[in-house]
Design a binder for this molecule. Sequence first.
Ligand code: SF4
Length: 112
Amino acid sequence: MSDPAESQARRRFLKLAVVGAATAPIAAAVLPRLGFAADLPHLDPNDATAKALHYTEDAKTAASNPSFKAGSDCANCQFYQGKAGDQYGPCMLFPGKAVHSTGWCASWAKKA
Ligand code: SF4
């Protein structure tokens, strides 16, 4: 006869092993992307698309733009994918580049 505590411990171990095996491929797919986001080159404000959209690294300098809304910046834009507190983060409109969290461009849209 087996010890009930030992059986429970074995069952718990098996459950964790199954969960670990199931989540390993997801972690392998997501973790490199997180590392990649931190390593993205910063968007050059002189980039042709950045210029066309009046991108600036400092939203305060965009106040005279007719599209500018007070308080708007990359950090509160729906296209910004950086984490709260990050200085730079990816932007869906500039794939492969990181924009400044206090930046702004004419495509700004309020984060939902
Ligand atoms: S789309 Fe949004 S996050 Fe991207 S550069 Fe413009 S304001 Fe910043």
